[in-house]
Design a protein around this ligand. Structure first.
Ligand SMILES: NC(=O)c1ccc[n+]([C@@H]2O[C@H](COP(=O)([O-])OP(=O)(O)OC[C@H]3O[C@@H](n4cnc5c(N)ncnc54)[C@H](O)[C@@H]3O)[C@@H](O)[C@H]2O)c1
Length: 462
């Protein structure tokens, strides 16, 4: 089949790559010329320095005959003549802190597309085509999308909702072996087109192929993200804080007790200073906004959102109250600016709030290290007299008075050994429990430790 992807971000690029791997001819369009150039470079390292997703480079290089990245819209228009599906993979961020989805990127792309579709086959618009919402959108979006295309005079089309459930950091692996594919359509004809797009999954015994209506598909995505986000908050705000409050409770032991119950399940059982990223927060807020706009309360959803916000404030508050942290004149090192491991995505990363906070506290220096996300973070916080990017953990630790561990990169488990071998005795603020195997040893070596999921651990040398 011939498929167009509009938007070459995490979702557009990864699902387009998987479609090419499935044998389709794929055209990916984005307004970001630099991204298009890097993703279309045919060079694995260049591709992955643009979008750090394991396997994406290999997949794009292997399928380069079947996939092109373009910034020239006339090439999209040409391709539309014989196109089967256009996947809308546009950003749908939150407007401020209102919960409302900002659909301007989506509408801009849809209106442009509608104008082009009317010109298909010299205006004859012979072949049926589906417009597929892959962006996470409000529940009634498919109907709104349809209105745009009808108004522009587009014929012979359907709108389908096909929410994306990929997990950043495992997007390719997850898209090649999804647990489910959800397709929402009002017509059997469009469901059939989508079955052909996803033939490899439709026929697979291990994939749940779920056909519903477009509203159910869109609502399913929002509800799933709320559910997962809430699960994290139960862990951070309730289990984590219980372990912080009562001495003698090891978070990891409680995790073992809880996760051995199949009804509770294993996913999301970690403790963290904040759950960031581009989806959970905004999708949760969007669900609350839609319920409230429809006259319902959304108390539990809003409380989940606030619980996340609270974690970071609580951690900084504990560092000040329990460890007596004073920021002024200090060198503070931050480990991890990606919102989680295995990605270079820094959207809603806790490090953003921490750098902003430290910048207001007259610290001497902020040293930053992350194995993958520093380039993307530099876009927001360029290197300066105060902000320094380090080449390694050891370099970032040099002269550190206070350290924050913000991302769960596995290699950060080694930070404790570097501290113990060096002369420094920083206050350790472990927002990810990365050094939990060594808290006592670190305290024996003169470090105070404030960690999520543990009561304050005071240095044994003071
Ligand atoms: N990132 C995820 O893990 C994830 C998972 C599931 C769903 N989603 C949803 O998928 C959608 C896209 O997310 P993403 O993470 O890929 O976003 P992204 O920001 O990584 O990518 C979006 C791309 O769209 C491009 N764009 C903006 N306006 C455009 C236009 N008019 N024409 C063409 N391209 C345009 C941008 O340049 C950008 O490259 C969002 O709705 C998001 O909520 C994301």
């Amino acid at each position: 089949m011939n498929l167009v992807y509009i938007g070459a971000g995490f979702v557009g690029s990864c699902s387009a790559a998987v479609s090419a791997e499935s044998g389709h001819d794929v055209l990916v369009y984005d307004i970001d010329e630099k991204k298009i150039k890097m993703l279309g470079s045919g060079d694995r390292d260049t591709i992955e320095s643009c979008l750090f997703e394991k396997g994406l480079g290999d997949l794009l290089v292997r399928n380069k005959e079947r996939i092109s990245f373009v910034g020239d819209y006339s090439l999209v228009e040409k391709f539309l003549d014989d196109c089967d599906a256009v996947f809308m993979c546009l950003p749908t961020p939150e407007i401020g802190e209102t919960g409302e989805s900002d659909l301007k990127f989506y509408f801009a792309a849809a209106e442009k597309l509608a104008g082009s579709l009317t010109k298909r086959n010299n205006g004859k618009q012979e072949k049926r085509l589906v417009i597929v919402n892959k962006s996470t959108v409000p529940i009634d979006m498919a109907d709104k999308t349809k209105e745009i295309f009808v108004k522009a005079g587009v014929k012979n089309f359907g709108v389908v909702s096909n929410p994306e459930f990929l997990v950043e950091g495992r997007a390719i692996e997850g898209s090649l072996k999804p647990d489910r594919v959800v397709i929402g359509s009002w017509t059997g004809e469009d469901l059939e087109i989508m079955r052909q797009v996803y033939r490899r999954f439709y026929d697979s015994p291990s994939v749940k192929y779920i056909e519903v209506n477009p509203k159910e598909a869109a609502a399913g995505k929002l509800l799933a993200n709320y559910y997962l986000f809430n699960k994290l908050m139960v862990c951070f705000d309730i289990i984590g804080r219980t372990c912080e409050t009562f001495s003698g409770l090891q978070f990891e032991n409680l995790r073992r007790i809880l996760t051995s119950d199949a009804r509770i399940g294993e996913w999301g059982f970690y403790d963290s200073l904040y759950s960031g990223g581009s989806c959970f927060i905004k999708d949760t807020r969007s669900l609350a906004y839609q319920l409230q706009t429809a006259g319902q309360n959304a108390i539990l959803i809003n409380e989940t959102f606030l619980a996340n916000k609270r974690q970071l404030e609580l951690l900084i508050g504990r560092a000040e109250k329990e460890a007596g942290a004073k920021w002024q004149g200090k060198t503070v090192s931050i480990f991890g600016v990606a919102f989680k491991r295995d990605t270079n995505d820094t959207r809603n990363s806790p490090a953003i709030n921490i750098v902003n906070f430290l910048s207001e506290q007259s610290v001497k220096k902020i040293k930053i290290f992350d194995p993958a996300a520093m380039d993307s973070f530099k876009g927001q916080f360029p290197a300066s007299e105060k902000i320094e990017y380090s080449a390694s953990e050891a370099e970032a630790l040099n002269e550190a008075d206070i350290i924050f561990i913000c991302t769960d990169w596995p290699q950060f488990r080694g930070i404790g050994d570097i501290i113990i071998e060096s002369a420094i005795k920083p206050l350790i603020i472990d927002g990810r429990r990365m050094l939990q195997h060594q808290y006592k040893e670190l305290a024996d070596n003169g470090c105070d430790v404030v960690a999520v999921g543990s009561p304050f651990i005071k240095s044994n040398l003071k």
